[in-house]
Design a binder for this molecule. Structure first.
Ligand code: HAM
Length: 430
């Protein structure tokens, strides 16, 4: 019988890799707790209408990527209801906020979630049909301060702290403002006008986007279309005064807490609910993500609650692609490992310094990259220095010098072995 396999674009997460997933999630939970976030768990499937209204009918997510089916429920109320596996969690969180009247207490709600999302995208490295997000949302009635630029800056500063604590190297924060819903609509119309006379020169996808959702043209990576795109109107010129002021406050707050960012006028993001601040964190090439270098994205959605029939409840949030975060951590750890020296020689006391240096010279002549410690180091210090600098450590104590059998510690394998001096170079090369 043919062997059954996981559906294309989905995958199993197995030990020991799952340990890293758990470590990442534990760190995220600890950081969220420090900023006053509590966990929310919403259903994995929701009424299709939630995403159609919240995320937007014209977006790629809703028009092409959702897993939708008609319920076969027995109760009349269920029968024929269109259901969808959640492609993202913001709409679900805001639905829950409205349904449970979470705004009534007047408090700002700070909620986080960790869970699978589903999009029928073309699978590739860093892009899956079932993927995981670690996300958070801050929302509440306007008088709870939910609209304040301070919230935007707090969320971004928290993300910077989380990525640093996880050890993500070289992240870059791209920031923009897409203004109010009216600003966006005016800008969309201006784009449509600007695209009308030139769209026939663009790729097929952009010709379609120019009609249905001109903001999406700005996301296009098509090299042939870049010249046209660079000449299109900029959203910054369409922001009303209040949105300009809000954006200025976000930037000033980030400056004051030392979070670096780059303003990217083309960053409009692919979901319709965004207003004002939008952002994305990317990682440098070579971080294991290939072309999928957006580690996380988010922004403000001041009108989403009303789009879903709820009270006014401005909010801001983000979602980290957990699969991408894990790939990045693995690739960056592998790169750091590859840059390490072959070995660190640790003499156990100043009396062994000369023997250590002569061993180092012998191994270097054999072509290995070697660092030598000093015998006055305590063993623990030697270990720490060696672990940072080199893949392996060679211990040179009195016994080792007299017997010619050396102790080699392999940091990655966590093993310690005895190796005769004549075989040492070969063992270190492995
Ligand atoms: P999004 O940009 O659609 O935003 O997704 C956020 C992150 O999820 C992306 O930056 C990426 O890392 C990851 N992601 C998206 N699609 C895939 C995929 N097919 N495979 C792997 N990872 C993927 C949202 O989902 C918004 N709900 C974020 C938000 C929260 N905005 C406000 N609050």
């Amino acid at each position: 019988m043919a062997i059954l396999k996981a559906v294309r674009g989905t995958r199993d997460l197995l030990p020991p890799e799952t340990e890293l997933w758990n470590r990442v999630e534990a760190t995220a939970r600890a950081v969220f707790a420090r900023y006053g976030f509590g966990e929310i768990r919403t259903p994995v499937f929701e009424p299709t209408e939630l995403f159609a209204r919240g995320v937007g009918e014209e977006t790629d997510i809703v028009s092409k990527e959702m897993y939708t089916w008609e319920d076969r429920g027995r109760a009349d109320s269920d029968k024929g209801q269109s259901l969808t596996l959640r492609p993202e969690n913001t709409a679900g969180v805001v639905r829950a906020y409205i349904e449970h009247k979470m705004g009534d207490a007047g408090m700002l709600q700070k909620l986080f979630y960790i869970g699978p999302q589903f999009r029928r995208e073309r699978p590739q490295r860093g892009r899956y049909r079932q993927f995981w997000q670690i996300g958070a949302e801050v929302l509440g009635p306007a008088w709870s301060g939910s609209e304040s630029a301070l919230r935007d800056a707090e969320v971004l500063e928290m993300l910077a702290a989380l990525l640093n604590e996880l050890g993500v190297k070289g992240w870059r924060l791209a920031l923009n403002s897409v203004g109010s819903a009216t600003d966006r609509a005016r800008y969309s119309a201006a784009l449509r006008d600007a695209l009308a006379p030139v769209k026939h020169l663009m790729c097929e996808d952009n010709q379609r986007r120019a009609e249905t959702n001109p903001l999406r043209v700005l996301d296009s990576k098509d090299p042939g279309d870049q010249e046209i795109i660079n000449g299109l109107p900029k959203i910054a010129d369409y922001l009303d005064e209040a949105s300009q002021e809000h954006f200025a406050q976000v930037k000033a707050a980030l400056d004051s807490c030392g979070v670096e960012y780059v303003v990217e006028p083309r960053l409009v993001r692919g979901l319709d609910y965004y207003t004002r601040t939008t952002f994305e964190f990317t990682v440098p090439d070579g971080s294991g993500l290939g072309t999928q270098n957006a580690l996380l994205g988010g922004g403000r959605y001041d009108g989403l609650s009303e789009m879903l029939g709820g009270p006014k409840a401005p909010g801001i949030g983000f979602a980290i692609g957990e699969d991408r975060l894990i790939l990045t951590l693995q690739a960056q750890a592998a790169e750091a490992e590859a840059k390490k020296m072959d070995a660190f020689i640790a003499p156990m006391g100043v009396g062994q310094n000369a023997a250590a240096l002569s061993l180092a010279s012998e191994l270097r002549r054999a072509g290995l990259s070697i660092e030598v410690g000093d015998g006055s180091f305590r063993l623990k210090k030697s270990f720490e220095a060696a672990d940072k600098l080199a893949r392996k450590m060679v211990i040179v104590g009195e016994d080792e010098v007299s017997s010619g059998i050396l102790t080699v510690k392999d940091f990655a394998a966590g093993e310690q072995t005895k190796v005769p001096r004549a075989e040492l170079a070969a063992a270190l090369r492995q």
